[in-house]
Design a protein around this ligand. Structure first.
Ligand code: GDD
Length: 420
């Protein structure tokens, strides 16, 4: 019997995701038409013997999360539960805190998945590798180029045995081009080193002069406290993949992840991809359209477009490389490129909403999304355009490389601005 844990973090973690995380917790943001973590749960449901999926985080459970859990349980016929941390406990603290729940029923092993990654989740291959050796920790690894590897956990392996010999979290100089994907398979023994870290932290806390003010007593950083500490001791192994993988830290990377998942739907969910039908809109490449969306027949959509529930697209709309969220309206002849249109927003006719993609360099097979910062030298960097929820864009204006915060009613064109 197997289980899976998805680390969903909490509210203050999604800062690079603003203004989109104002409306919905980041793990529920739709990527390729479904909530980000539904891709994780789908992958878990396909592993034979999967008994339960636990989401661990420090969000206050709200209606959106509750509805999502109910829908996921029904769809996958699998218990999916949320366990709330009393405070942010780091990537390992929640696993230790909820160890009894994880180990209930004596699972042979459990997957641990970061919520903010997009992947084809080669869980069955990881399970096969685990069953051959039964080491406590198995990490999924992929490659990144030298510069970008510094943004991730870096792994030095023994190429014959795949043992992790050395692990450094976000090093300041180059260590290895093998990076940690944030997808793991742990055996129950993996909780012992977590207990050791927990007890050590408690002892350190008692030695402090004012223990009450010491913030992170229950906090465990899986990467630094466990992987770095145990590397080279025959306990941690890496399983390498060359399948799709990307982090989802910002709105720009959500758009890129959407493209990866839509491409994968060709194999996994062809029914989710829109097809050109007589009298329907023109579809170019991979496009997802929610069944409740109303799309005028003269609209041209794609590639990499995902249209949410209840969206209305008028005659002559052109949409490319974009996500249009629940209840938005694009009036006649609007053109939306490299953008995310927020919930319930309206774009007036003949308006143009355009962003600049910052996708990985297509000529470098090891390139990943850059971990974007919004500004450089005090200037807003060109990036995708984001309209927050219930924004109104008037007719015949241009919104270029801008971020518009929720509920704004614009009256003119804007370029390279954050509109507060
Ligand atoms: N439950 C819980 N989850 C948390 C907490 N802190 C972070 N998480 C979740 O843990 C995951 C990792 O989050 P970060 O701490 O932001 O780390 P990172 O910068 O994304 O780096 C991690 O992931 C990379 C791959 O995407 C790795 O390369 C890197 O080594 C590391 O594991 C995310 O899914 C986040 O929601 C916490 O206190 N509690």
């Amino acid at each position: 019997m197997l289980k899976a844990v998805i680390l969903i973090g909490g509210p203050q973690k999604g800062t690079r995701f603003r203004p989109l995380s104002f409306e919905v917790p980041k793990p529920l943001f739709p990527v390729a038409g479904v909530p980000m973590i539904q891709h994780h749960i789908e992958a878990c449901a396909q592993v034979p013997g999967m008994q339960e999926v636990l989401l661990i985080g420090f969000y206050q459970p709200d209606e959106a999360l509750t509805q999502f859990l109910e829908a996921a349980q029904q769809e996958f016929n699998l218990p999916v539960r949320y366990l709330q941390e009393f405070a942010p406990l780091g990537t390992g603290g929640g696993l230790y805190h909820f160890r009894d729940q994880i180990l209930a029923g004596a699972p042979e092993a459990f997957f641990v998945l970061n919520a903010d990654v997009c992947s084809d989740f080669p869980l069955n291959a990881m399970l096969d590798a685990h069953r051959r050796q039964r080491h406590p920790f198995l990490l999924l690894g992929t490659t990144a180029n030298r510069t970008q590897s510094l943004n991730y956990g870096c792994i030095v392996e023994n190429p014959q045995t795949h043992e992790v010999l050395h692990y450094v979290e976000k090093p300041s100089t180059f260590i290895s081009d093998i990076i940690n994907c944030g997808i793991y398979l742990f055996s129950p023994e993996a909780l012992k080193p977590l207990r050791d870290v927990f007890q050590r932290n408690q002892q350190d806390r008692q030695l402090e002069e004012s223990p009450g003010s010491w913030p992170g007593a229950g906090t465990i950083r899986l990467e630094q406290d466990v992987f770095s500490a145990l590397a080279g001791q025959g306990q941690i192994y890496v399983h390498l993949t060359d399948g799709i993988w990307s982090q989802i830290k910002s709105a720009g990377s959500a758009l890129y992840a959407s493209r990866l998942y839509l491409g994968r739907y060709q194999i996994t969910h062809p029914e989710r991809l829109a097809k050109h039908t007589p009298g329907g809109p023109r579809i170019r490449g991979n496009v997802y359209i929610h069944p409740t969306a109303k799309v005028a027949p003269s609209a041209v959509l794609g590639p990499n477009v995902s249209i949410g529930k209840g969206v209305t697209l008028g005659e002559g709309v052109r949409l490319r490389e974009s996500i249009v969220l629940h209840g938005a309206t694009l009036q006649e002849h609007t053109c939306v490129l490299h953008s995310i249109v927020g919930w319930g927003s309206t774009v007036g006719r003949w308006a143009r909403v355009e962003g600049t993609p910052n996708d990985p360099n297509p000529n470098d097979p090891r390139a990943r999304m850059d971990s974007e910062s919004l500004f450089k030298d005090g200037k807003l960097l060109p990036a995708i355009t984001i309209l927050g929820c219930r924004v109104r864009i008037p007719a015949e204006v241009l919104i270029l490389n801008s971020i518009v915060l929720p509920h704004k009613e614009l009256s003119r064109s804007f370029t390279n601005q954050i509109i507060l």
